[in-house]
Design a protein around this ligand. Structure first.
Ligand code: ATP
Length: 239
């Protein structure tokens, strides 16, 4: 299995305060990897740095090649997409138009490619097909998350990074969304999933990292972490 994303000794600071301290993390081709941890652990910060949105020290590499000047443009050009926590949809635009905006990098390749990609997104999220002409602002929370993911998929990423897709969703919808996320592997999309909902994330992921106070406290196969006494006591409760 080849390594797609590799973060080595990544440190991220806000002014003089370091929020992420020397994190090592890998996502292999075809893997679903999750980063779990409490509020303020640095999960969002880590994801933003990996996407080139925040300056970081350390190394970010894709396909074994170090990205010398990480930027959103550099990461997008190499097939990385991010779905931020605040889904950032265009509320007054239709589902279709929001998707088209996500596929702007396909414009060069023409409208046929975009239309085909949109059909693929509709196959992944049939609910979006039913609501293709509806304004994004009138969608339910789950549908909005599906649209945010669908929009990122329009750019045909190899690595999809998701920041807390379960936020504000009912448990059944969380499961539905995360199962679809896990199924993206079949389409050749690897996933880096940041989640506070540890149980749901560990149930769909292959491997997991536990981030505490900006550092990796524990990592391993997700199935093992689901049965780890410390993880159960700290993150999974009795449920
Ligand atoms: P949550 O699950 O609550 O979103 P998180 O694990 O994603 O938490 P971060 O949002 O990455 O954590 O925050 C990590 C630390 O960095 C926190 O102490 C936070 O207060 C701090 N922080 C985040 N953003 C900024 C910012 N723009 N300026 C200064 N400090 C920040």
């Amino acid at each position: 299995m080849s390594t797609l994303l590799q973060l080595q000794d990544l440190c991220v600071s806000y002014g003089t305060v370091e929020a992420v301290h020397g994190v090592h993390l890998e996502v292999n081709e075809g893997e679903i990897v999750t980063v779990i941890g409490p509020n303020g652990a640095g999960k969002t910060t880590l994801l933003c740095a990996a996407m080139g949105l925040l300056p970081a020290r350390g190394t970010i590499a894709l396909d074994g090649e170090r990205i010398l000047r990480p930027s959103v443009e550099a990461m997008v050009a190499r097939g990385v997409a991010l779905v931020p926590e605040k889904r950032e949809l265009f509320g007054e635009m239709s589902v279709e138009d929001n998707l088209l905006l996500g596929g702007f990098s396909l414009w060069r390749r023409g409208q046929r490619d975009q239309a085909q990609r949109m059909q693929e997104v509709f196959d992944i999220f049939p609910r979006l097909r039913e609501r293709r002409t509806q304004m994004a602002s009138t969608l339910s929370g789950g549908e909005r998350q599906m649209l945010a993911i669908g929009r990122a998929l329009m750019a045909r990423p190899r690595l999809l990074m998701l920041d807390e897709p379960s936020l504000g969703l009912a448990p059944l919808i969380v499961r539905e969304v995360l199962l679809v996320v896990a199924s993206l592997r079949k389409l050749g999309v690897s996933v880096l999933l940041v989640e506070q909902n540890a149980r749901a994330a560990l149930q769909v992921a292959d491997r997991a990292y536990v981030l505490e106070m900006g550092a990796v406290a524990l990592s391993g196969p997700a199935a093992d972490l689901l049965h780890d006494r410390r993880i159960i006591d700290t993150y999974l409760g009795l449920g």
